[in-house]
Design a protein around this ligand. Sequence first.
Ligand code: P6P
Length: 343
Amino acid sequence: MKKKSKVGITITQHLLNQQRENPEATGSFTKLLNELIVAAKVISREVNKAGLADILGPTGTRNIYDDEVQKLDIFANKVIIERMQHVGELCCMGSEENENLIEIPSQYPKGDYILMFDPLDGSSNIDVNVSIGTIFGIYKRKNPDSCSEISLSDVLQKGINQVAAGYFLYGSSTMMVYTTGHGVHGFTLFPSIGEFLLSHENIKIPEKSTIYSVNESYYAYWDDKTRAIVDYFKKVDKDTGRPYTARYVGSLVADFHRNLLKGGIFMYPADRKDPKKPGGKLRLMVEANPLAMVVREAGGYASDGYVPILDIDPGFLHQRTPLYIGSKKDVEIAEAFMKGERK
Ligand code: P6P
């Protein structure tokens, strides 16, 4: 019998369903996420056109991390800021591309939410047509009655405080994966109708996997414990399904998404390669925290090698962290090596 195609509900319907299940919901959150979705549709269109348009390639400028900034980075950052600042639900934003907090212009109403985002992660892959993504995490401000004086202490919250998190993946198709703490759900953009439709309901990451993702060119810059972790996943041992398969795209959202669906551990350890980045390359607030919430809701785990990512108290906006994220059992093995509990 011909398999009935399961066309899912729209993301808007899904958000409204979640809102209705939450008695105190006022609709503010739904409005906020809907605007972010519009921004992602605009970015998706430009990413898909990038090969033809003149917004491809580097701008010749560098961001605060000294990374070369691609034109699409700037475009994506601008689209999100301009679209989100007038929604009336935010009191500020933080972006990987902006050194300081992004305040809401005085002409727009403010709200109680804080949006932290990486507008276009993996940008070094733009020119070679590898999947890239937007990562976001949403918090509620701690002191709701003083939005006019938003302070870093309001924003620098542990990842466990996120009320929602997720990412958009601009690849062979454009996907949105998000959680509000009630499971992880994936939606695929159908360009013909311009809607994200439910395609991956209640995603659960396999507890154990056979994939490890790490840039092994840094092997010489790792400490012995980090080397021991990677050596472990490469060792031949049939009983534990090793060696694992190596898969590394070099685009965090692409690597994370594959591991989320198939199982796997993604690692970006601390290394001695760049003295400016002793704690690893990835950013806590705009990369590690959102993905750590997603993976936890999918039954996985994220650690800095010693403690859960979601428990880290951020010291400053662009703090970096080592990241071990994915299938729970594999991340726990990595932690055991880092803590000296395994050799
Ligand atoms: P490396 C992309 O620039 C990024 O921030 C992540 O998307 C990706 O996982 C990582 O850097 C790749 O870094 O050092 O392996 O090239």
